[in-house]
Design a binder for this molecule. Structure first.
Ligand SMILES: C[S@@+](CC[C@H](N)C(=O)[O-])C[C@H]1O[C@@H](n2cnc3c(N)ncnc32)[C@H](O)[C@@H]1O
Length: 223
């Protein structure tokens, strides 16, 4: 089941106060390193960068630290953006929809999306929008939870299906974390996402699996 955009936005408005804490707890703090890697893989010094579905802003801020000249963080949840605004005034924070980006074609040198494409109503449209706002040769990095493989699979299943929703329930607004396991199961695996990126106008797509295969970092170049 895919949640309607309004339901996703409402869910993130509710999650906003606990979002950063949940990230650190769920990943044992590794999410900070993953965002740094994602930023470094797409951003070059002096770039104009879009961080789409920026949430509370940590990946947009990582893009800035990776040397971007100007970073725009976009999200449709005002409550998530409120938190981002408090963190870094040098980033431009914009309320908007990833499926209808309010930017002209070829505006950005690079774009990043951290744990954001999993929740969109139309993944292909999201990737085409990201391609549209990048210049030719611009780079896209997508950091996303993916279906785990191999011997660690049962462990991750226990973690995501049982423990994370329980931790979520213990935190105010965190009950929405019960949605997370379903969204991971529904999302395409790393190979399928690679092909989809190629179909949507990205070349030279590489994937790096992190955290024992549970997180995938896809990087591609706009053709
Ligand atoms: C899991 S959070 C990720 C936040 C941040 N990128 C990070 O690295 O932690 C997903 C974010 O995507 C946003 N989002 C989902 N669908 C969106 C859409 N169609 N347009 C804009 N933002 C969207 C949500 O509001 C939420 O803030």
């Amino acid at each position: 089941m895919t949640l309607a955009p309004d339901a996703v936005r409402t869910m993130f408005d509710r999650i906003a106060p606990v979002y950063d804490v949940m990230n650190r707890v769920m990943t044992a703090g590794l999410d900070v390193r993953w965002r740094r890697l994602a930023a470094a893989s797409a951003v070059s010094r002096g770039d104009r960068v879009l961080d789409a579905a920026c949430g509370t802003g940590d990946l947009a801020i990582a893009d800035r630290r990776a040397g971007a000249d100007k970073v725009t963080g976009l999200d449709f949840s005002e409550r998530m953006l409120e938190r981002a605004r408090r963190k870094d005034a040098s980033v431009e924070w914009v309320q908007g929809d990833l499926l209808a980006l309010p930017f002209a074609d070829g505006t950005f040198d690079a774009a990043t999306v951290g744990f954001g494409v999993r929740n969109v109503a139309d993944l292909e449209l999201a990737l085409r929008e990201l391609r549209r706002v990048l210049r030719s040769g611009g780079r896209l990095a997508i950091l996303e939870i993916t279906k785990p493989r191999g011997v660690l699979r049962p462990f991750f299943s226990l973690w995501f299906d049982r423990i994370v929703p329980l931790i979520g329930k213990a935190l105010p607004g965190g009950s929405a974390y019960t949605y997370l396991p379903a969204s991971v199961k529904r999302f395409p695996d790393a190979e399928t996402l690679t092909r989809l990126l190629e179909d949507c106008g990205f070349a030279d797509v590489h994937v790096r699996l992190l955290a024992g295969t549970i997180v995938a970092l896809h990087v591609g170049t706009a053709q």
